[in-house]
Ligand binder design. Structure first.
Ligand SMILES: [Fe+2]
Length: 232
């Protein structure tokens, strides 16, 4: 079973540096996601924000993301289109793919720092009647922009939502502890594509000092009648 569907070289080192600088320039628009931990997003995300608030956020943040990262969204859609052999574009009424931003904190190195989850954020969206997306074959993608010196990656387990989705949280955790954890290391600029429907988590990471940061570009895609659309 291929837990990772594709790895695609998307960005050069200098493009990653350029994006990192621009993300930092836009610090005023970051959204703090934890009262204690230094975890931020640029900008709204369907897995984090209730839909009414998500819509409010996207009306503010989509123009900002478009102004600064339109070329990145286009690059991302082209790469996914080459991989999927179908047209791919940004969904016209949802949040554009954005960024996870982390700074140093000892908690991020803990095994349970990030939740092990399936990407079921599409159930949180109030779809338009004309949308009719295919929920059976979604994809999720991450493009690392700036990783800590000690690296970063994704942990995955062969625990599919289809097979284990009805388990309670407690039972799911018991199954997870009985299964092998697969670690996939990230590289700056290299897009990683997976279904989101195998249990996964941001792998624990460690930063040497307060100057380090971890930035990734994040999004999801679903297939519609007129092709695939990406969103966050
Ligand atoms: Fe996820």
């Amino acid at each position: 079973m291929d837990l990772i569907q594709a790895e695609i070289d998307l960005l050069s080192d200098s493009e990653c540096e350029q994006i990192q600088a621009r993300v930092q320039d836009l610090q005023n628009h970051w959204i703090r996601r934890d009262p204690v931990l230094p975890f931020y997003t640029l900008a709204g995300a369907s897995y984090l924000d209730p839909f009414w608030y998500y819509q409010k956020l996207l009306s503010i943040h989509n123009p900002i993301l478009s102004e600064h990262f339109n070329w990145l969204h286009q690059r991302c859609c082209e790469a996914l289109s080459n991989y999927l052999c179908e047209p791919v574009s940004c969904h016209p009424s949802l949040a554009l793919p954005g960024f996870h931003i982390f700074f140093s904190h000892e908690s991020f190195a803990r095994e349970d720092a990030a939740s092990a989850h399936w990407d079921l954020q599409f159930f949180e969206i109030q779809w338009r009647s004309e949308d009719q997306p295919d929920f059976a074959n979604p994809i999720s993608f991450t493009v690392p922009i700036h990783l800590p010196q000690s690296g970063g990656g994704l942990n995955l387990w062969e625990i599919s939502q289809r097979e284990f989705g009805s388990l309670s949280q407690q039972e799911r955790e018991r199954v997870r502890k009985s299964k092998t954890k697969h670690f996939f290391p990230y590289s700056n600029g290299r897009m990683v594509v997976h279904s989101g429907l195998h249990l996964h988590q941001i792998a624990p990471f460690h930063m040497e000092d307060d100057k380090e940061m971890r930035i990734t570009f994040q999004g999801h895609a679903l297939r519609f009648k007129d092709g695939w659309h990406v969103y966050w």
